[in-house]
Design a binder for this molecule. Structure first.
Ligand code: UDP
Length: 403
């Protein structure tokens, strides 16, 4: 694990000095994060990187998980999709299953932190244990247009928190508690994002039998319908009529996402006849993800909904030209025609990919701009600063805090 000082070369010494200064103010406070999985997906990715750095800064930070069975995660996945605006049917039984597991966790999880930091909806009900400590609800998903029945159900819990945190301005909601806008971040020194020797990249390509002499279009994502893997294949097929290229759809599954294998099977079925489509079920291996992103000519993120889209930041940090949907937190990262190209449809994605493959100098410029945009806004040092200020704000009564 890199130490704080190593970040100074990337973001500047003064940023690291400021972090040390403000972290001092949290001495004696215990910050306890709670979520539902330690691997897979963006939340786990961020906590794994951020916690050691906060500890190095002297902030006493812990991380606990709630427990849940298959039925519970099926229901939370359904709620998650509904919050994203999908129209699945919900029944009283779903709420009962949710509350049954929530109740067990309320009994079993020790919420000892001075600040208890709850991530997403799976552990949201733990707030019933709130005593005189401070509680934050951190929403990582796109709730710009949530299903109202689920949102109302969650509101009963949300309003018991001291503060709520959203990733993008369009997700903020009418709430009587304080809200913060804090976007996620990537760690430039992690295995996922650090520079790699070209031999490492080549070895990974060899392992997955991907050739180097055709442009590579890649989407790295869990196999989830909201990541629209089928739409990616359709866009690739439209591009392929004009430019000979390959497609990589690579992803693992997360332990709190029960739909992954089903979606993977659908994607395999759709890609079956084309040898230039590589569907990779990745083990949890950050170097491989890094290598695949670096080996790509264009990175696509064709999500239908997206909380933030760490994969976009990861690609831009590698100075890759990106085509991504104009949803959720993506437009914070991809400024159209400056740090990538935004799209709204399969056709739009195909058009943008073609444009990038045909104009490499333009593609390169977008990638370079993207890298600087990420450096200035979406690296872990900015994120740590925002969180420390958020924690400190809980002990100050003023109504409005601008980060
Ligand atoms: N990821 C990974 N392996 C995979 C698929 C995804 O390591 O097979 C990582 C990806 O690189 C990113 C995170 O998981 O860091 C996904 O975060 P994102 O915000 O893009 O989407 P989420 O999965 O949280 O919806």
């Amino acid at each position: 694990m890199p130490n704080m000082q190593e970040y100074a070369d990337i973001v500047g010494q003064s940023i690291v000095d400021d972090l040390r200064l403000i972290a001092e103010r949290l001495k004696g406070k215990v910050i306890q994060h709670v979520n539902s999985t330690s691997v897979g997906g963006g939340v786990a990715e961020i906590l794994n990187r951020m916690l050691p750095l906060l500890r190095e800064l002297g902030v006493d930070t812990r991380w606990d998980l709630i427990k849940g069975g298959e039925q519970f995660f099926n229901v939370t996945k359904k709620f998650h999709n509904l919050l994203h605006g999908r129209n699945d049917e919900i029944t009283q039984k779903d709420f009962d299953i949710f509350m049954e597991t929530a109740q067990r966790n309320i009994e079993e999880v020790n919420t000892f932190g001075d600040i208890v930091f709850i991530h997403d909806l799976q552990p949201i009900a733990l707030v019933k244990k709130k005593k005189d400590n401070k509680w934050i609800w951190r929403c990582h998903i796109d709730v710009s247009n949530p299903n109202q029945r689920i949102w109302k159900f969650l509101m009963d819990f949300i309003l018991q928190y001291d503060s709520a945190v959203f990733s993008a301005p369009s997700f903020s909601q009418r709430l009587s508690i304080r809200q913060f806008l804090i976007s996620p971040s990537i760690d430039p020194l992690s295995d996922k994002n650090k520079e790699l020797p070209s031999e490492t990249i080549e070895k990974v390509l060899e392992k997955y039998e991907i050739i180097k002499d055709k442009p590579i279009i890649t989407q790295i994502s869990r196999f989830d319908r909201l990541k629209d893997p089928i739409g990616v294949i359709e866009a690739y097929q439209q591009v392929k009529r004009y430019v000979d290229c390959q497609l990589i759809l690579a992803g693992g599954t997360a332990s709190d996402d029960p739909e992954g294998l089903e979606v993977l099977a659908e994607v395999r079925e759709r890609a079956k006849k084309d040898k230039d489509i590589h569907i990779l079920l990745l083990p949890q291996n950050d170097i491989e993800v890094n290598a695949l992103q670096r080996a790509s000519t264009v990175i696509i993120q064709k999500s239908l909904k997206e909380g933030f889209g760490l994969t976009v930041a990861e690609a831009l940090w590698k100075a890759k030209p990106v085509v991504a949907s104009n949803v959720g937190g993506i437009p914070l990262q991809v400024k159209h025609k400056f740090s990538g190209l935004l799209c709204h449809s399969v056709e739009g994605a195909a058009f943008a990919i073609k444009q990038l493959l045909n104009t490499p100098a333009y593609a390169q410029k977008l990638g370079e701009n993207g890298k600087e945009h990420i450096r200035n806004n979406f690296l872990i040092t900015r994120h740590i600063r925002d969180y420390i200020i958020l924690f400190l704000s809980l002990y100050h009564k003023k109504d409005v805090v601008y980060l």
